[in-house]
Write a protein that binds this ligand. Structure first.
Ligand SMILES: Cc1cc2nc3c(=O)[nH]c(=O)nc-3n(C[C@H](O)[C@H](O)[C@H](O)COP(=O)(O)OP(=O)(O)OC[C@H]3O[C@@H](n4cnc5c(N)ncnc54)[C@H](O)[C@@H]3O)c2cc1C
Length: 446
């Protein structure tokens, strides 16, 4: 990985030609001579890989275990999603040593348009209102995974074990022990579950969650369109649920592309997932704003059932949960992984402080510190996305009218607009004041 590339996020309005199709340089996991680690991470996806990279960069000895091989996890079929990475997450990815590789693949969001039903744009957030900074960057998930896998391979103190099947997880006094299929045993004072919504680690610890289904699914695909997106992200609220388009880097053939997150709550047999290609393409064209011209699906179509899930506690003896293993939220605001990254950042800081003090990484006191650091922020975002979805996924009077009035009021009331832009940039409680700092920096520079 080049160390000389500029780490400053790209601010250009025009998407660059991407290196999207670059073949993943993935190799076999490094073999370690010593199977005792500072931290063992179960789940080496977006959050597990990022935590391993963060901790490895800080010199911790880490084992990151995933059941799926890196080559499987980086195919286009494995995960069709893109992620809107906020400013807060950009800083965390930089700290983890992966931003250099991701920077050329980032498509900046310069404008966010909010539409409701058949009305024209009700609310527009423009980067010129926030010191000409972008609101965040869109990445294909598989490209984030490739960067994380490369980083873990590069770090001497990280063993990325994938594919690896966990046969047994045990607590033996002051150590946690993982036995892998084949007999290899690994130990550490702390295990972190980064194994997603259906977390094995959470179940093993007997941690229950508060959860409910939204009876909605998100249909996700990449769309090619006739005209450029001009770095605009669109959130269009329909009775069925929000329809979002997110600007992507141009395709390898120069095609203009956006990622689609189409929320629906119809029975499965009526789902857009089942539409014949010509019907689906026509439906996309009808839902995209007119200025995109014709629109057609490129690549696969994916469906994700939507629900909210929040673990009653993030910790158990010598165990912590992070990201989706701890909390899964509605993608309406594109904040799920950004929230998870804030868990990783907080846990990393707490473990650094523990190392400086000579404390046990898995002690109850350290784990309680982590829970205290993250619970309120996660609950607030889970509540906010839940309310947004309920408010914007209904056609029942008088809510559509109230929504329109509300959006118009936000558009006309600068402090409210600033607040929402701050949230969009990921400057929530984890990085309070970031937006103001950015604006101040930009003003000072100009
Ligand atoms: C439609 C949609 C759009 C989204 N858009 C955004 C967005 O724009 N911005 C944003 O911030 N968030 C977004 N999110 C949320 C984001 O995708 C998730 O928060 C994120 O994928 C969580 O990552 P994770 O690593 O915690 O879990 P996962 O991605 O589920 O990864 C879990 C990993 O653990 C491994 N694993 C599981 N069980 C085991 C086991 N027993 N042993 C070993 N390994 C195991 C899996 O193989 C996998 O690699 C979106 C979500 C959806 C559904």
């Amino acid at each position: 990985m080049s160390k000389t590339r500029n780490t400053t996020p790209d601010m250009h309005n025009k998407p660059r030609r991407s290196a999207v199709k670059a073949a993943p340089k993935l190799g076999a996991a490094k073999k370690s001579n010593n199977d005792h680690y500072d931290v063992m991470i179960i789940g080496g996806g977006l959050s597990g890989g990022a935590l391993a990279s963060l901790l490895g960069t800080e010199g911790f000895r880490v084992a990151c275990i995933d059941r799926d091989a890196p080559v499987t996890q980086t195919t286009e079929e494995f995960d069709g999603r893109t992620t809107a990475i906020s400013w807060g997450s950009q800083k965390i990815l930089d700290r983890a040593g992966v931003w250099d590789e991701l920077d050329p693949l980032a498509c900046p969001i310069r404008t966010i348009d909010i539409l409701d039903g058949g009305s024209p744009v009700l609310l527009r957030f423009g980067s010129e209102e926030v010191g000409d900074q972008s609101f965040g960057w869109i990445f294909e998930n598989r490209l984030i995974r490739i960067a994380l896998f490369n980083r873990m391979k590069e770090l001497d103190s990280v063993d990325h074990l994938a594919p690896a099947q966990i046969e047994k997880l045990e607590q033996n006094g002051d150590v946690m022990q993982v036995t892998l299929k084949g007999g290899r045993t690994l130990t550490a004072p702390l295990v972190v579950g980064a194994d997603g919504r259906n977390s094995f680690t959470r179940d093993w610890a007997g941690i229950t969650s508060r959860s409910w289904s939204y009876n909605q699914r998100a249909i996700v695909c990449v769309a090619e369109h006739e005209h450029p997106h001009n770095n605009v992200a669109v959130e269009h609220f329909h009775e069925q649920g929000p329809f979002a388009t997110l600007p992507m880097m141009d395709g390898p053939d120069g095609s203009y592309r956006s990622s689609v997150v189409w929320t629906e709550h119809c029975p499965e047999h009526q789902s857009a997932l089942k539409y014949p290609q010509d019907v689906f393409d026509a439906a996309l064209t009808a839902r995209f704003p007119d200025q995109y011209g014709w629109v057609r699906q490129a690549g696969g179509r994916f469906a994700y059932p939507l629900g909210l899930q929040h673990a009653h506690t993030y910790t158990a003896t010598r165990l912590a949960l992070v990201a989706d293993a701890a909390h899964g939220i509605h993608p309406i605001a594109g904040q799920g992984l950004n929230l998870g990254f804030r868990d990783l950042d907080a846990l990393c800081d707490i473990l650094i402080a523990a190392r400086d003090d000579g404390s046990d990484f898995g002690s109850d006191e350290i784990l309680a510190r982590y829970e205290r650091a993250r619970r309120a922020d996660n609950m607030a975002m889970a509540g906010a996305t839940d309310s947004l979805n309920r408010l914007f996924s209904t056609g029942l009077p008088p809510l559509p009218l109230l929504r329109k009035i509300g959006l118009k009021m936000v558009a006309k009331f600068p402090p409210a607009k600033q607040f929402f832009m701050q949230q969009a940039m990921g400057a929530g409680s984890g990085s309070r004041g970031l937006l103001h700092d950015l604006v101040r920096e930009a003003k000072t520079a100009s």
